[in-house]
Design a protein around this ligand. Structure first.
Ligand code: UT7
Length: 331
């Protein structure tokens, strides 16, 4: 696969809202304990927006930082893709809202929803736009306000999720660094394991759908867990193998942050030592589309992501969706 080999990530910006929701705070809302949450998920705290803040606002913050890092203006972009399951509203798409808030002129954009795999899927689509030669700079934003669709009386889900955003800029690579390969799969048979039944065309919002709490995330945690552990490793292995690598060749593994146990089980299966695995779920929880750019930022801040590093990204989410990206960090 080779068209994507000519595309690199040239900038990164991330943002989480300032308000922190700790495990101790959740102990006051549902029957749970800090110890249970920490042991079963690895999460200590997550960031949550205040009322009135929308996904496009978080995306805007991350986008602004990425543009500043690259030293370009919003109108230098050709397109914006917003990866999200929590758009400000069903339409218009959040990409239009971010474009407008940024003040970008003469660009286009759209949203992508593949649940927690949205960011890695959008990376391939954005890379394709650049690789086609038609676009020089495409921004991919992963942003979610999971607190807007979480039932804070359901202890099985409310402990997991948080809010946040990350943005990267994709552009042509002049050397051998950048995107190497992508591998994605969906398995719709897992649809009923993680879903939000209300508010769509099947169950438009009514008093009844709200009374039945259909506007919240519903999850069979164990089913998702089992699929994630099996499939994420399987897909990563396949991607590594077809590019002549093994898990031992990876300098930095940046997985979706859904559960610390899923991450360590996947890394173990791939034969990766713990020091090469980026984990920040303790501070942010599962921010869905934002976990991977937030983890890139953590890797960078900790000095664990250097130019030329072989990086593996991996995600799994509702759908089921699963995806992996192999790249050489380019700056
Ligand atoms: O991006 C994809 C998004 N989702 C995921 O990746 C989720 C993947 N799944 C998971 O992370 C885990 O399945 C959970 C963290 C959701 C749950 O952990 P688990 O170890 O699978 O727990 P469980 O659902 O098997 O429940 C074990 C026990 C149950 O009690 P009983 O029936 O054994 O008495 C639950 O009722 O733990 C109970 N429980 C809790 N206890 C304290 C469930 N949630 C909680 C809680 N606090 N928050």
């Amino acid at each position: 696969m080779n068209q994507a080999a000519r595309v690199k990530i040239s900038a990164l910006g991330t943002y989480v809202p300032p308000r922190v929701l700790t495990n101790a705070d959740l102990e006051k809302l549902v029957e749970t304990t800090d110890q249970w949450i920490l042991e079963r998920t690895g999460i200590r705290e997550r960031h949550i927006v205040d009322k009135g803040v929308a996904t496009s606002d978080l995306g805007l913050e991350a986008a602004t930082l990425a543009l500043a890092e690259r030293g370009i203006g919003p109108s230098d972009l050709d397109a914006i893709i917003v990866a999200t399951v929590t758009p400000d509203m069903l339409f218009p798409c959040s990409a239009c809202l971010v474009q407008h808030k940024l003040g970008a002129k003469a660009i286009w954009g759209f949203d992508m929803n593949a649940a927690c795999s949205s960011f890695v899927y959008a990376l391939q689509v954005g890379s394709g736009l650049v690789a086609s030669g038609v676009h020089k700079k495409v921004m991919v934003i992963g942003a979610d306000i999971m607190s807007s669709i979480i039932d804070y009386t359901d202890r099985a889900t409310c402990i997991i999720f948080g809010d946040g955003a990350g943005a990267v800029i994709l552009e042509p690579a002049n050397d051998s660094l950048g995107m190497i390969d992508f591998l994605h799969e969906v398995d719709g048979s897992g649809g009923s394991s993680l879903y939000m039944p209300g508010g769509g065309s099947l169950n438009p919002s009514t008093h009844e759908t709200v009374d039945q709490r259909m506007h919240y995330v519903h999850q069979d945690g164990q089913a998702v867990f089992k699929f994630a552990v099996r499939k994420m490793a399987e897909l990563c292995e396949k991607l590594l193998q077809r590019n002549g690598f093994t898990g031992k060749d990876i300098d930095v593994f940046i997985p979706h942050q859904a559960n610390k146990r899923i991450i360590t089980a996947t890394a173990d299966r791939l034969g990766m030592p713990a020091e090469r695995v980026i984990i920040n779920i303790d501070r942010f929880g599962n921010t869905t589309s934002a976990t991977i750019p937030l983890a890139m930022e953590t890797a960078r801040q900790e000095g664990r992501l250097k130019k030329g590093d072989l990086v593996l990204l991996a995600a799994v989410g509702a759908g089921f969706t699963v995806g992996a990206t192999l790249l050489r960090w380019a700056y």
